[in-house]
Design a protein around this ligand. Structure first.
Ligand code: BV8
Length: 229
């Protein structure tokens, strides 16, 4: 990787699978019979806020029980040691990249550890259950806090910053994502168009695998440390 200066790394649920967090579209992909697409939407929240809060409260509770795996640790080490530009763009709403020590990181789909008050529009850290909408620490309104998560049909965060990083990238690496959800699934094409080399690391070919110059298949906790070394 010596002649590659600028790296963008996209991660998805497969990066956290070996930590024990369910992916979306694998055999463990349903939550109490609900497809994520049916729960992770503003419409679902408007229709049944308690169901959606339960979905995220359960995942937030689960997150407290698991640890980063060797893939997160290897990426954090690369982040600390890489002299050029590096950005980890994660689709994941867990905090395992942070807990492994990653710094140059952004959550394009929001975070379980963040809340958003629909009354005063403030965002803030959130631990524990949100229950029936919680109490906003900024305006003290009760029952108006939603998960700070980008739902289907909502605009992902920091798209401008992501696009700028991808345009400048010499190497684009996609790790543990099915390539099923846009705009993230389209990043590899943008990277190729602007001349980056592209690498996919996944358990199996993703929906976008034909756009990758190089593909390594196997568990992230094995393949990512091998690639980082
Ligand atoms: C947007 C947060 C526009 C939620 C997520 C019709 C109506 C509305 C929108 C659309 C529509 N048709 C298409 C769209 C666009 C839509 C979309 O792409 N839909 C899909 C379903 C077709 N996208 C959106 O709505 C996005 N917003 O388009 O906004 C807009 C424009 C202007 C103004 C306003 C709006 C927003 C999408 C974000 C949704 N939120 N997450 C939550 O987490 O609860 S998406 C969710 O699925 C995840 O966050 C992740 O990003 C995404 C994909 O999941 P993956 O991470 O890839 O996980 P998956 O299970 O699919 O795959 C895991 C992979 O890992 C597998 O390949 C597996 O083989 C591999 N694996 C498993 N184990 C391992 C492993 N690999 C390595 N090692 C292992 N051990």
């Amino acid at each position: 990787m010596s002649n590659l200066r600028n790296i963008v790394i996209l991660t998805g649920a497969g990066t956290s699978a070996e930590s024990g967090l369910a992916t979306f579209r694998g055999p463990d992909g349903l939550w109490e019979g609900h497809r994520v697409e049916d729960v992770a939407t503003p419409q679902a929240f408007a229709r049944d806020p308690a169901l959606v809060h339960n979905f995220y409260d359960a995942r937030r509770a689960r997150l407290a029980e698991v640890e980063p795996n060797a893939a997160h640790t290897a990426l954090a080490r690369l982040d600390a040691e890489w002299p050029g530009a590096l950005l980890i763009v994660t689709q994941n709403v867990d905090d395992l990249h942070e807990r492994a020590g990653a710094k140059r990181l952004l959550h394009m789909h929001g975070e379980l550890a963040s809340g958003w008050c629909l009354r005063c529009n403030e965002r803030f850290g959130w631990a524990g259950p949100m229950g029936n909408g919680g109490a906003c620490p900024a305006c003290q309104t009760v029952g108006m806090v939603r998960p700070d998560i980008v739902w289907f049909g909502e605009m992902p965060y920091e798209m401008e910053r992501i696009d700028q990083a991808i345009v400048r990238a010499d190497l684009f690496v996609s790790i543990g994502t099915s390539g099923a959800v846009y705009p993230a699934a389209g990043f590899v094409q943008t990277a190729r168009y602007h001349g980056a080399r592209t690498l996919e690391i996944n358990l199996e070919p993703s929906q976008g695998s034909l756009f990758f110059d190089e593909r390594r298949y196997g568990p992230a906790s094995v393949e990512v440390p091998k690639w980082v070394e």
